[in-house]
Design a protein around this ligand. Sequence first.
Ligand SMILES: [Cu+2]
Length: 184
Amino acid sequence: MDPKTRQPGRMAVVVGLVAFMAMSLAGCGAAAAANPPARHHQAAASSQWLTFSASQRTAAVTLIAGYQGANSGFNYDGYAHGQMVISIPAGYTITVTLKNRGSLPHSAAVVAGSPTSTTLAFAGASAPRQNISTGLAIGQSAQFHFTPKNAGTFYIVCLVPGHEQLGMWMKLVVTSGGVPSLSD
Ligand SMILES: [Cu+2]
């Protein structure tokens, strides 16, 4: 499937999934200011890679590692080198699900400062949680949750050695308001 394909017809499924996930999550952070969301090129409020509930202040990001072989497999959802930008307001509880469909182990970790950073920006914000540099075995899935309290720019990167440098990273912008969006 083309990674840019939008699937609004799946919203009923998506809403149910988000509601289910919200039930399994701890409480959310403080409310954010009512600033308009940042606008990006080709911004979409939701997609097959990002779903959210504004009322429950939850967002779910699906990262498929090695999707369709783009960038020699060093990609999430077919994107590499920060091509995919996900914006989510501060105070949302973010669930990241990593599915490794590539031909090598991969991981996903939230870092700050630079896409070549190797330091977690939030405790526990990595999949797998342990052995991040070993990565998730081919065919495996793992999930983590975190709730950024403040706006900022972060990166979700693969910490298997060499993969960040090959472009296996995306950008996560925590905004001071608005609603979650994805742009590519
Ligand atoms: Cu990787």
